[in-house]
Write a protein that binds this ligand. Structure first.
Ligand code: F6P
Length: 459
């Protein structure tokens, strides 16, 4: 009997359960047992290896709902340290005790890095997810450019270097889009549209901060909410041009809506809002306060007089406000695009293990002729010569630096992903569920309670 393990690592996305579901349904068809490890890699670092049988008698457990956001397995940012030899042999022993023949890790670039030590003794494949859409390459050779720019700010290639290719073909993109991105954009766009009308009524400048770490795909996608100005981390902030554009727009329409990616940097490459850098337990920089710092910069530049004369007696501080869309981008139900492709990628990951692959990534590709299709890629193709996997950045040809908006190519990319990304069932879910009277008389039913009853351990 073949048995595979599956885990969800890193920050969650709305498409995780869909991806797990796709893997389990494929396993059912192939008569493979699937066990879910609890809380990502933390599950195998725990000597008890808490796990759940996801398909007893090859039938998917009812708690696994592909329409639900989050992950029924739980997630963590705990990764395995290759340096700890004792730990590696213990993990090997645990996986033998669990009788698993291979593992599917659902995650992003951090997860691939974390998966590497395991791949040395055990077949592992990755099913991608991340709302940031930063897992992949703009073109296959890009990793070598990243390598050459290692000395640059934070070890990432920044646009505007002589190395960057001026443009790319959309069908060159490796791992075109990751499940979770479309839903994050869906949430962001709703936020912008709601903030727009209040900024408009009160003649204010709204600065909306969105996620994405160092990559600007979410701010780029926010273009569907028609913000006046989009600031992405790949384009260093030019305060003079920005001030000029804001003044122009404020004179014209008496309010301005700005979207800022949380990882936006100034001309020196310093992250906005990072007076002192802080890191999460996995060593990732915690992004905090880009919108707030931009507000302070604008307050200084415009001053109270500017708004006093235009808005009567109001200060710059009250005329400019900030909002973070925050974790709502990562939560809730996945829209059709993420659900569908999450399921597909989960199934593909099972197929890769069955083919005997190791250290491979199930990918979603796109071409004009074929539309979306599944493929795979060796994880090493994403690694630079030091073995590091870099986040994919928005390519310079996707962004119009003068207008602070997506370029024509950027718009074409967004259209290929987001046109038709919402299903009628998504709209129906909101209609039927939002004000369902029963919700007032029942508590939220957490999947954690149901899963707790199913958790088994090896000791
Ligand atoms: O990588 C996904 C992401 O949502 C980023 O966009 C964001 O910076 C980060 O995770 C937030 O992480 P946490 O939930 O640990 O605060």
């Amino acid at each position: 009997m073949t048995r595979f393990a599956i885990l969800t690592a890193g920050g969650d996305t709305p498409a995780l359960n869909a991806t797990i579901y796709g893997a389990v349904e494929r396993a059912n068809a192939l008569k493979i047992e699937m066990v879910g490890l609890i809380r990502g890699f933390a599950g195998i670092l725990d000597p008890r290896v808490p796990h759940v049988r996801l398909n007893p008698l090859f039938s998917t457990i009812p708690e696994l709902n592909p329409n639900m956001g989050g992950t029924l397995l739980g997630a963590s940012r705990t990764y395995i340290d290759r340096g700890q030899a004792d730990m590696m042999s213990e993990i090997k022993q645990r996986l033998q005790t669990l009788k698993v023949d291979g593992m599917i890790c659902i995650g992003g670039d951090g997860t691939i890095n974390g998966m590497q030590p395991l791949c040395e003794f055990f077949p592992c494949v990755l099913a991608p997810k991340t709302i940031d859409n930063d897992l992949g390459l703009n073109y296959l050779d890009e990793v070598n450019e990243l390598m050459m720019d290692e000395s640059e700010n934070r070890g990432h290639r920044r646009h505007g270097t002589s190395l960057a290719r001026p443009t790319i073909g959309l069908d060159e993109i490796v791992n075109y889009v990751t499940p979770g991105f479309a839903t994050a954009v869906f949430v962001v766009v709703q936020g912008i549209e709601r903030i727009r009308t209040t900024a408009e009524s009160h003649r204010r400048i709204a600065i909306i901060e969105v996620m994405g770490r160092d990559s600007g795909f979410i701010p780029l996608g926010s273009a569907y909410g028609q913000p006046d100005i989009i600031l992405i981390p790949e384009a260093r902030l030019d305060m003079d041009r920005l001030e000029h554009r804001i003044a122009e727009l404020y004179e014209l329409q008496k309010h301005v809506v700005i979207v800022i990616g949380e990882g936006v940097v100034d001309q020196d490459g310093r992250q906005l809002g990072a007076a002192t850098k802080s890191y999460d337990p996995a060593g990732n920089i915690i992004f905090n306060g880009a919108a707030e710092e931009l507000k302070q910069l604008l307050c200084k530049r415009f001053g109270d007089d500017y708004f006093g004369t235009r808005r009567k007696h109001e200060s710059a501080d009250s005329a400019i406000f900030t909002r973070k869309v925050g974790h709502t981008q990562r939560g809730g139900f996945p829209i059709k695009f993420d659900r569908f492709h999450g399921v597909q990628l989960g199934g593909k990951a099972v197929d890769l293990l069955i083919e005997g692959q190791n250290n491979m990534i199930a990918t979603l590709q796109w071409s004009q002729e074929k539309g979306f299709f599944l493929d795979s890629l060796g994880a090493n193709k994403l690694r630079d010569q030091w073995g590091k996997i870099h986040p994919r950045h928005v390519h310079p040809s996707f962004y119009d630096y003068q207008r602070f908006q997506p370029s024509l190519l950027g718009k074409n990319y967004l259209r290929s992903v987001l046109t038709g990304a919402i299903g009628t069932e998504d709209v129906e879910q909101i209609r039927a569920d939002m004000f369902s009277p029963g919700k007032l008389s029942t508590r939220y039913q957490s999947v954690n309670i149901d899963i707790q009853r199913r958790i088994e351990t090896i000791i």
